[in-house]
Design a protein around this ligand. Sequence first.
Ligand SMILES: [Zn+2]
Length: 403
Amino acid sequence: MTPVSLRLVSALALAIGLCASGGASGAASGGASGASAQTAARPPVEQSQSQGRAKNVILFLADAGGVASVHAASVMAYGEPLRLHIQQWPNLGLSETSPVDAFVSDSANGMSAIVTGVKTHNGVISQGPDGERGRRDGTPTQTVLEYAEQHGLLTGVVTDRPITDATPAATYAHSNDRGKWGEIFPQAFSPRFGDGVDVLIGSGRTEIAEQMAANGVSYDSLARAHDRPIYATLEAAPAANRRPVVVAEEIDVRAATLRALDLLQAGDKGYLLVVEWDAHTDDPREGLQNIADLDRLIAEVQSRVDLDDTLMIFTADHSFGLQVDGGRRGQPLLEGYEAWKARDGDERVVRLENVMVNRTHTAEEVPALAIGVGAERVRGYFPNTHLFEVMMKAFGWTPSSGD
Ligand SMILES: [Zn+2]
């Protein structure tokens, strides 16, 4: 297909997506006029639909960032739907997240499926469904990051969460239980392919140290054994270190991502970068703000890459029980938040004026958005394992081919 016809197909796919999401208010025409107003307000992002290979892939993971939360983040941050940068991307699919034996996913199964192409059980980190959580190892499933290492690319993982948390862990580790931080973190230093993750930045410093101590391991012993310092802050990692490992108490995701991007872009064979930002809306303002902040970061990263050789993907590992069921234009979406926050207990359901949050993971499909080389493969409903294939095909790799 010519670039023009591809662009038309994408526009059509986007239009279908808009109609589908416009259902509740009943106004297909409302959805359409909203879209054209949006188009008028902001020119569509220039789209690259090269049929070639991607040199680089960047995967942005909003943990628990379902369709409803992405919508709510736009309304909270900009007062209108469809104002996020990622909502201007041309390719959209709905990614199904279930584990092999249930309908609702946790982060372990959700991310494992995305990065390995194999669905498993909740709680299991990048092992096949032949494993049993906490009891028996399953077959390790090779992650797209391990394929990248095998092919000599640079790799990076950045998260606001503990670097051993299920989502980042699924990229570089294999474990029958997501809770085994003491055995997950050291795996970053004993990679199965290549020289392991090149840039690893996350939080959880104290808790990870405690869990490693139970196994007789410390940051110092690990760093000495592998001749690789483990810094306590991003600022402590010198610019001269091209493969920094940072395990901090808290992470500035923007600063960490831009640092990682600089380091990865210095290589000539290409890179894989995975960025996670927590979007659980147990605290609705925090979760939605994180989505809005991640979205701004994505726009910034996009301005620093060449979409003719790079694929960018945004998705979530599973959805979450947030719903917008009220509100008016010109009024704050999170009316009543401050009062709720002042008396926040451990209630299962948060009831604000316009927003209700059933504080649990939910089963429905999550958005998958893409732009750049190979982005056209992100369309329609698909199991989340498809995103592994999208990344592998973009790189031009066949699973288990070894080269
Ligand atoms: Zn999650």
